[in-house]
Design a binder for this molecule. Structure first.
Ligand code: FE2
Length: 197
């Protein structure tokens, strides 16, 4: 099914994934940039796509660790004039939803220190939250994608958010002139109960 997708597609490990199984199934293919590990880079003609593995076995929260951060620093320096997307599952900063902030990226500050050394990071792309969220981060823009399944409620107080049938969506990052523009694209018309807030 993935092979039939008409555009380049790159896989990023989430907290429910087993990176080893991901590599066993897709390592060496274009879906992982030809690499045999769960973090890798795809150097396309006008864009560098860096996929990081923030999964931690048995945990909902994420961590990159110094080895991966050092590798990221090297990769971003390799093509300084080409815009880069840095993709990882866990948001590297709190988004104001306590339940999810409790399982964000543990070393988000260390990631920011690496990114601040580079000027070509067009977007930092994450998931995990199941809602579209945008924030300034490390002199770049963090864009958290909505879910293609249920969305999480905007639970700004303590407690587990309800997972709501709000419209399933994806993000489209469009290069318009010299600017990257991020569109949220709904692909369903599900109506949500409002009680989850
Ligand atoms: Fe997740």
């Amino acid at each position: 099914m993935l092979g039939r997708f008409p555009l380049p597609l790159f896989l990023v490990a989430g907290n429910h994934d087993e990176p080893g199984a991901l590599v066993d199934a897709f390592g060496g293919t274009g879906l992982m940039g030809g690499a045999h590990q769960a973090y890798y880079v795809a150097e396309l003609p006008g864009l560098t796509v860096v996929a990081l593995d923030s999964s931690v076995p048995g945990e909902g929260g994420g961590r990159l660790g110094p080895t991966q951060l050092d590798w990221l620093d090297t990769v971003l320096a390799r093509r300084p004039g080409i815009p880069a997307f840095v993709c990882l599952h866990h948001p590297p900063l709190p988004v104001g939803i306590p339940f999810l902030d409790g399982m964000r990226l543990a070393d988000g500050d260390a990631l920011a220190q690496v990114l601040l050394r580079h000027t070509n990071v067009a977007r930092v792309l994450a998931g995990h939250v199941h809602r579209p969220v945008t924030a300034a981060y490390a002199h770049s823009t963090l864009a958290i994608a909505p879910s293609t399944h249920l969305q999480s409620g905007l639970a700004l107080r303590e407690g587990v958010p309800n997972y709501l049938p709000e419209p399933t969506s994806f993000l489209l990052h469009l290069l318009a002139g010299a600017s990257w523009i991020t569109h949220t694209v709904p692909v369903s018309q599900a109506a949500a109960p409002m009680g989850g807030y």
